[in-house]
Design a binder for this molecule. Structure first.
Ligand code: PGA
Length: 254
């Protein structure tokens, strides 16, 4: 695991974008796993900027998003379909047929989850997965618990996730209680992982994930078992690390 300390959120976003850019330049048909939430917004802005400057071409890139709220149609402004469209897809030259998100309102959940896994496999597997981390240590919507699901599945969101995400809705009651999320196995099969964390409210989860025991109670701690993870943190998110973990200046990956 490589831990990179960024000066601030903007620096973190730029470092993340440069890692993604290098991956796309190395492999123009990169299969890129995408995350939503507040953390990757700066990364998307940087990628859009690089695209507009003519430094990035997404025409052969294939994307798979981590998750979607269950029950929301794609045009609901709170859906992750809408988030991705507004913050990233409509600004770059990704082809619609190369863009994938779990459906929010599938007719048959089990079949839709299996189809999502099959689509990832048919694309050759995820080359680079971008992740944020929840305050409770979740990745995607894989919530802490006694056991974790390996593959894409319907999740009951943890109460703390519902509360944390209420900031994107007009009230907590509006936050969907369930979501469809890639499983921990789907994430762990990605060849490379880029985890981004910003802000003091992530510091405990980051310390537990990177330096604590590997446990399903902190789903991000399973990343310690992955052979190629780059973690980019701003100072606040790194605030509870014990200092023994190696840090690097630039996000090199295996
Ligand atoms: P955030 O969410 O980027 O909005 O903090 C991260 C997550 O819950 O995984």
């Amino acid at each position: 695991m490589k831990i990179v300390l960024a000066r601030d959120y903007q620096h973190l976003s730029r470092l993340g974008a440069s890692l993604v850019t290098r991956a796309i330049k190395q492999k123009p048909n990169l299969v890129l796993g995408l995350a939503t939430g507040e953390t990757p917004l700066g990364l998307y802005q940087e990628l859009v900027k690089l695209y507009r400057q003519g430094n990035l071409d997404f025409s052969r890139v294939v994307t798979f998003n981590l998750d979607e709220y269950y029950g929301l149609p794609p045009d609901d402004p709170h859906s992750y379909h809408y988030y991705m469209e507004t913050n990233f897809f409509k600004h770059v030259n990704l082809r619609r047929e190369n863009v994938h998100l779990p459906p929010g309102r599938p007719e048959n959940v089990v079949a839709a989850c299996a189809a999502y896994e099959a689509a990832i496999a048919a694309a050759g597997g995820i080359d680079l997965q971008i992740l944020g981390i929840g305050q409770n240590g979740h990745i995607g919507f894989n919530e802490p618990g006694a056991a974790l699901n390996a593959t894409t599945h319907l999740v009951d969101l943890a109460p703390e996730t519902i509360l944390a995400n209420a900031r994107f809705f007009s009230c907590v009651e509006e936050v969907p209680r369930r979501a469809i999320s890639m499983g921990i196995g789907t994430i762990m099969k990605a060849r490379r992982i880029l985890l981004l964390a910003s802000g003091e409210d992530k510091a405990l989860a980051v310390a537990q994930a990177l330096e604590g025991p590997v446990t399903t109670r902190v789903p991000a701690s399973l990343l310690q078992l992955h052979p190629c993870v780059t973690v980019i943190l701003d100072r606040a998110a790194a605030g509870q690390l014990n200092g023994k973990t190696n840090r690097e200046e630039e996000p090199v990956c295996c």
